[in-house]
Design a protein around this ligand. Structure first.
Ligand SMILES: Nc1ncnc2c1ncn2[C@@H]1O[C@H](COP(=O)(O)OP(=O)(O)OP(=O)(O)O)[C@@H](O)[C@H]1O
Ligand SMILES: [Mg+2]
Length: 207
């Protein structure tokens, strides 16, 4: 049975490629700073009655969109069933029509539960901090296995859900592609940005 064609409203973003529309999402809330204007925006959106996260970039920032897309593609190739510490890409495309974000590239991501670690960190127990550290270490190790280093990691880009213990690394657009064959084993750059150099050893040795 065909699903009904959703109505286009002032909240809608029509997505497609080569000028042909294939999906319509409706914005529910702007999550990023309004100061970014139409250069970049992150929205919570609704698509087929389910909430997702939509990241939008203007065409002059298409490389950032392509980099984040590439990381999710490599993660998918590595393990099609997904990783518990990353969200998943649903689809990507061009913005064909929208008053919310008139033109550019868009990635639709699964929405994960949790809050930015930045706002939770000081209220966490040692056990919770050690758990978050282990999950982030596993996430960064996974990124190394696909030759990626993040250059914008920090507590603002880690989501933590205290209820379920779920830890998710988001924001994979600022990266260095280490290239095949170059072995970089240190997880430190990202982990130091998230946990601080002085905190690291207690989690490694005492957690
Ligand atoms: N998959 C997701 N599920 C739930 N929330 C998300 C998801 N992706 C992003 N967010 C929320 O939206 C915020 C902005 O997303 P993201 O960090 O990817 O974009 P950004 O514009 O690059 O942010 P910034 O430059 O502030 O780091 C995140 O900090 C997080 O709170
Ligand atoms: Mg971010």
């Amino acid at each position: 049975m065909d699903s009904p064609i959703p109505h286009i409203t002032i909240e809608s973003i029509v997505i497609g490629s080569d000028g042909v529309a294939s999906h319509i999402v409706n914005c529910v809330e702007l999550l990023s700073s309004p100061r970014l204007g139409h250069t970049k925006a992150v929205f919570e959106v609704e698509y087929s009655s389910v909430r997702y996260i939509a990241k939008c970039w203007s065409f002059d920032r298409r490389e950032s969109a392509a980099d984040e897309f590439m990381v999710y593609e490599r993660l998918h190739e590595l393990r099609p069933s997904g990783f518990e510490f990353f969200t998943r890409l649903v689809f990507s495309g061009d913005i064909i029509c929208s008053s919310k974000f008139p033109e550019g590239r868009i990635l639709l991501l699964e929405k994960v539960p949790g809050e930015q670690l930045l706002y939770l960190w000081n209220s966490l127990s040692f056990t919770e901090k050690a758990h978050v550290f282990r999950e982030c270490s596993n996430a960064v190790r996974t990124l190394r296995s696909i030759s990626i280093r993040l250059v914008d990691s920090g507590r603002h880009n880690v989501l933590y859900d205290r209820m379920s213990g779920k830890v998710t690394l988001v924001d994979l657009e600022a990266i260095v592609d280490l290239g095949a064959g170059e072995e970089v084993t240190s997880l430190n750059p990202e982990l130091v940005s998230i946990f601080g150099a002085t905190n690291m050893s207690q989690f490694i040795h005492g957690g």
